[in-house]
Ligand binder design. Structure first.
Ligand code: ADP
Ligand code: MG
Length: 451
């Protein structure tokens, strides 16, 4: 047997003992690269999968491998290198790439700027709901620090704020590689600040943010109540502004509606251009679906896209979620879906809010997905393998079932509600950046709604 055959045999065996969801999450995109000095080298797609396999499946994998090929005495997991080199060269990549490479680039974060390369103006669909914000964002890239400073973009969840914000950064970076750019979510900014205070590295923190040509701060509503961060941002802002450096903010609400924020910072937010993004109309939704199918390299019937655009009249993130479901089903079936099949798949998404699912049930399903005891999720342990599933529970209760932060805090063993806010923010960020994790969430939702 060659490596590939051995690994296929191992996978076949593992599949028998795992749920489909678990199997796909942990074993999809794994391969046996080689056997070297009695060690089988397994390539895995992410660090998260690596840690999980090491912790949870190592013995099983080793036993199976050893049974098939007795020379194998140990297993080592390596993260597939296909993504890594792209990190450094990503900036040089042209817009047109074979779809495989393009898929990889979509998840590439530039470590210097924190920008995700998948967010560009080219793949941002302009409609009446976002025309103004789009035009202002473009104008900013053409007159950096001169025209609209600061630019403040606001709008509801999943409507494209982060996309536009990062598109500004990516365009400036592409056209002027020397420009010093930094994208930071408000949480990240706060986190780095706290870290700097703790490690007494404030001067380098200040320097880092004050030498920028373009500062992009996402979700400033999370500054509410964080005095130290507000103060630091205020000074950073003034410093950059005086030097004609560009600043762009986003928020889920207009500056006036952000409570517990210092007046002087609010007036800075209001001092430049304010543009909002609202819900897309049908035509825009359809155009977005077409763009996304193209990016995914998929060929999906127009009738089906129209059906999705008509029936998922919510935010763009949910629209994308529905499309991804259809794409996933198409892959499973290995043939295009009929309109009837599409309706069936989407009906679970559409009716989900009508069915009552208790917090208890969510905890139970997440626990079973991660092979954990429910009690551990409710515990206060800070172990990494517990923190993540716990955050997923919080995220689902918030995003899917619209629980209040305080309510979630209570349901999860009386925690501080800011922990919940942080968890929800963190998970939704990661979902946007890590395709493996995003798939996990989809699978958990499947468990919730379909079983
Ligand atoms: P927000 O930051 O407002 O919550 P995001 O920018 O994260 O929303 O957008 C959610 C998803 O929807 C992203 O995957 C983004 O690419 C996509 N999206 C939103 N608006 C558009 C648009 N006009 N064209 C293409 N994709 C969009
Ligand atoms: Mg966002």
């Amino acid at each position: 047997m060659n490596s590939q055959e051995i690994w296929e045999a191992v996978l076949a065996e593992i599949k028998l003992n795992l749920s489909k969801a678990n199997f796909l999450t942990w074993f999809k995109d794994t391969t046996l690269l080689e056997v070297k000095d009695e060690v089988a080298i397994i390539s895995v797609p992410s660090n998260f999968v690596k840690e999980w396999l090491e912790k949870k499946y190592h013995k099983t994998i080793l036993n199976l491998l050893n049974k098939l090929s007795p020379e194998i005495k140990n297993v080592q997991y390596v993260i597939s290198s296909s993504k890594k080199p792209l990190l450094k060269t990503a900036q040089k990549v042209k817009t047109f790439l074979p779809s495989n490479d393009q898929m990889l680039i979509q998840t590439t974060i530039n470590p210097e700027t924190n920008l995700n390369l998948k967010y560009t103006f080219e793949n941002f669909v302009v409609g009446s709901n976002n025309e103004l914000a789009h035009a202002a964002a473009l104008a900013v890239t053409e007159n950096l620090g001169k025209k609209y400073n600061p630019l403040f973009i606001y709008g509801g969840v999943g409507l494209g704020k982060t996309h536009l914000l990062q598109a500004i950064g990516n365009k400036v970076n592409k056209e002027n590689p020397k420009a010093v750019i930094r994208y930071a979510s408000c949480e990240k900014f706060t986190e780095e600040l706290v870290e700097a205070i703790r490690n007494q590295t404030m001067s380098s923190f200040k320097k880092k943010f004050r030498q920028l040509d373009l500062l992009l701060i996402d979700d400033v509503q999370f500054l509410a109540g964080k005095e130290k961060s507000q103060e630091e941002l205020f000074h950073t802002f003034n410093n950059l502004y005086e030097k004609n450096k560009q600043i762009v903010f986003t928020s889920d609400r207009p500056p006036k509606a952000i409570s517990s924020i210092e007046e002087r910072l609010r007036s800075r937010f209001e001092g430049g251009m304010i543009a909002d993004i609202s819900y897309p109309d049908f035509e825009t939704r359809l155009a977005i679906l077409k763009t996304k199918t193209q990016i995914a390299g998929q060929d999906i019937n127009e009738d089906i896209l129209r059906y999705i655009a008509e029936n998922i009249p919510k935010n763009v993130r949910e629209l994308e979620g529905a499309l991804n479901r259809i794409i996933a089903e198409t892959h499973l079936k290995q043939a295009p879906l009929s309109l009837e099949e599409t309706k069936k798949v989407l009906s679970s998404l559409l009716t989900k809010n009508n069915r009552y699912i208790s917090a208890q049930e969510v905890i139970k399903k997440v626990a079973s997905f991660y092979d954990l005891d429910e009690k551990l999720i409710l515990s206060h342990s800070r172990k990494k393998e517990l923190v993540k599933p716990r955050q997923v529970v919080m995220y689902l209760l918030r995003e899917e079932f619209k629980y209040s932060f305080t309510n979630i805090a209570e349901k999860l063993g009386h925690r501080d509600h800011t922990t919940v806010i942080y968890a929800c923010q963190k998970v939704s960020e990661e979902v946007g950046q890590d395709p493996v994790f995003s798939q996990e969430i989809t699978l958990i939702k499947d468990l919730l709604y379909n079983k």
